[in-house]
Ligand binder design. Structure first.
Ligand code: NAD
Length: 369
């Protein structure tokens, strides 16, 4: 980070070294406090994930879906009818800045390809709207810093859509780590691989995606390593996997593996790919080893415990996006800043690690983070 940007972040109280990693996710009091209050939200980009978020907003306690932003006019009629949208709250990518006039839109949720996140976040901030931005937050560390600075300057909140922070399995892992319930965490392994589908899509376009499987699904394993250890990694080594399809993977990686070292001596290995379906997280503590598989997808997630039964580590299924949005409602209704781990700062930390993983894989040498 150059001196000017570091000074800006420090000036905003955003010194990166000293940020606490909390898991204050018990929101029952917040829910009671904001009962009956609602926020207007607009979805930006109406692809697959925006549809999931919209599912999570049906009968919401805290949100009214009051607007959409789309470059596909043919999608408008169905959304307009289902959500009873006003014409004046239907935007395209060019007139998006007119959001400033939509008094019943408080928050925008950005579900666009990764390289569009920074621009649409910064423009929303300038229009005075709070932002929830999908992961990965951006395609570079600088963009992530600029997004945080823009939202801070405009006095709006910036959250990243890390839905697993609201998932009971992942919250339990955080709780056990913070309380050292089963002793220190020695090892975390995460693998997330999906079959990405055919060539010609934005996920395989470096300009739009910023990278391959690491940016899209590996980020969950990096997140898990950070919250399972409750530490920030010191250094990383990494290796690209084989190129299995030259046409499909001519711009971004298919597979990549990485190894993170943490200050306590904890160690984490990770792998992501765009080929097979693999979805696992293993956390080794001094007394027990916990595993989830599936670990990061929409669920139901499934746990197992080596050296014991999984009682205390088994939860009823809840719709991930609905759970996330119902937890985020009070956080946006409140005048308090967002908890750090829900905010852009969390996205920025991940961006720094993702970029260090790519550098380590390219150079074949360890990279300090
Ligand atoms: P998608 O391809 O289904 O949707 C992308 C949307 O962006 C489409 O509506 C498309 O029309 C629009 N768009 C605008 N400009 C575009 C362009 N130049 N090229 C391609 N599309 C363009 O993608 P998605 O799966 O909905 O992913 C959107 C974002 O959500 C990504 O950042 C992704 O990482 C994130 N995501 C998050 C989760 C999660 O669980 N948190 C899951 C899936 C996707």
């Amino acid at each position: 980070m150059d001196k000017k940007r570091r000074a800006l972040l420090n000036g905003l109280g955003l010194s990166l070294a000293s940020l606490p990693f909390t898991s204050s996710l018990s929101l029952a009091e917040h829910h009671a406090k904001y009962k009956g209050k609602k926020l207007g939200i607009a979805l930006v980009g109406l692809g697959r994930y925006a549809n999931r978020i919209a599912d999570g907003l049906v009968n919401s306690q805290f949100w009214n879906l009051n607007g959409i932003v789309t470059g596909s006019p043919e999608k408008i009629p169905a959304w307009k009818e289902k959500w009873k949208l006003k014409d004046s709250n239907i935007f395209n990518y060019d007139n998006y800045d007119q959001l400033i006039n939509a008094k019943d839109i408080d928050v925008v949720y950005i579900c666009l390809p990764n390289s569009m996140h920074a621009d649409f976040t910064i423009r929303a901030a300038k229009a005075g709207k709070h932002v929830i931005c999908e992961k990965p937050m951006a395609v570079s560390v600088k963009e992530a810093e600029d997004m945080i600075a823009a939202c801070d300057r405009a006095g709006v909140k910036l959250a990243i859509g890390y839905r697993l922070h609201f998932n009971p399995y992942h919250q339990k892992i955080i709780e056990w780590s913070q309380q050292k319930t089963f002793g220190n965490i020695g090892y975390v392994d995460g693998v997330f691989s999906i079959n990405v589908g055919p060539a010609g899509q934005w996920r395989l376009d470096k300009k739009l995606a910023g990278g391959g499987s690491l940016m899209d699904v590996g980020i969950y394993c990096v997140q898990a390593a950070r919250y399972a250890t409750q530490e920030e990694p010191l250094s990383v080594t990494a290796q690209f996997g084989p190129i299995t399809d030259r046409e499909k993977f001519k711009e971004v990686e298919n597979g990549i593996s990485w190894q993170l070292k943490f200050p306590s001596g904890a160690y984490s290995t990770g792998y992501s790919a765009y080929q097979n379906y693999i979805d696992t997280l293993t956390v080794g503590t001094e007394q027990k080893t916990f595993s989830l598989s599936p670990a990061y997808s929409y669920g139901p997630l499934k746990s197992s415990v080596f050296g014991g039964d999984n009682s205390g580590f088994s939860f009823p299924f809840k719709h991930h996006q609905q759970t996330q949005m119902e937890a985020m409602g009070p956080l946006f209704l409140s005048k308090d800043p967002l908890p750090d781990h829900i905010s852009g700062l969390e996205g920025l930390k991940d961006m720094k690690i993702l970029m260090a993983i790519y550098k380590a894989a390219r150079n074949g040498k360890p990279v300090k983070i």
